[in-house]
Design a protein around this ligand. Structure first.
Ligand SMILES: Nc1ncnc2c1ncn2[C@@H]1O[C@H](COP(=O)(O)OP(=O)(O)O)[C@@H](O)[C@H]1O
Ligand SMILES: [Mg+2]
Length: 234
């Protein structure tokens, strides 16, 4: 319950370690609330949430890296120091944290923006920095809330590919919230459709993903899953 309103109801979700689950649904369906609950930032009125056996909110928070829907960059820190923040929080000296974060700037198309403050960056750049910060936190569970929402289609596709590669190299448990059904189906093994706080569809995504993107998203199996998800979203 939030402000006297029932936001989620009867959501039962089990994600295996290194499993990737996408959560799609209309605005207001309860997607961000679900991530806050998993991260231990909110507590459910009923039911239990456990991450690897840890049920206490502080213990769950320690296992999760949450990329919130708003980028929450610190305005007084440079782009590089914002990205490196998670490493500093983990106890690395600032210089070492910067050295680890810096090479990733070029990989995400951010080269040259290292010393700029967030106010000088576009929405898409801010989002990529927030995304980097989340990945660098190096937690077993990634909670991504619309991570690519502010990006143009081409950058978005590049980042999706980059994330898929990064997760293949270093698997983690992922909950990916997105309004983009195609993105969820491309990146996740299972996709839940939330509507008005309830899971109204659960899709297993068993499509071959080793083909080029265009081939994957136009395959009959992919199109059928997309249709089913869109129908459930309503
Ligand atoms: N702090 C809050 N107090 C009251 N209602 C809230 C609060 N946060 C979210 N809600 C309501 O909960 C519902 C789900 O919100 P949210 O989880 O942000 O949805 P989504 O991320 O799917 O767009 C919405 O109807 C929203 O208005
Ligand atoms: Mg949301």
């Amino acid at each position: 319950m939030l402000g006297g309103k029932r936001v989620l109801d009867g959501v039962d979700l089990h994600v295996p370690a290194t499993g990737r689950v996408g959560i799609v649904g209309r605005s207001g369906a309860g997607k961000s609330t679900l991530l806050s609950l998993v991260a231990g930032l909110d507590e459910p009125d009923a039911g239990e949430i456990s991450i690897g056996g840890e049920t206490l909110p502080a213990g769950r928070l320690a296992r999760c890296a949450l990329m919130p829907q708003r980028d929450c960059l610190l305005p007084w820190r440079s782009a590089l120091d914002n990205a490196a923040l998670a490493l500093e929080n983990a106890g690395l000296p600032r210089g070492e944290a910067r050295r680890r974060a810096a090479p990733l700037f070029a990989r995400l198309g951010l080269a040259g923006s290292e010393q700029l403050r967030p106010a000088k960056l576009s929405g898409g750049m801010r989002q990529r920095i927030a995304f980097l910060r989340t990945l660098l936190a190096d937690k077993p569970v990634l909670l991504l809330d619309e991570p690519f929402g502010a990006l143009d289609a081409i950058t978005r596709a590049e980042l999706q590919e980059w994330l898929a590669d990064a997760l293949a190299a270093e698997p983690r448990t992922v909950l990916l919230v997105t309004h983009d059904v195609e993105e969820a189906l491309l990146l996740c093994e299972r996709v839940l459709v939330l509507a008005a706080g309830r899971v109204v569809a659960e899709l297993d995504v068993d499509v071959a993903r080793n083909a080029p993107r265009r081939g994957v998203v136009t395959s009959p199996a992919f199109l059928e899953l997309r249709e089913r998800a869109l129908e459930a979203i309503g």
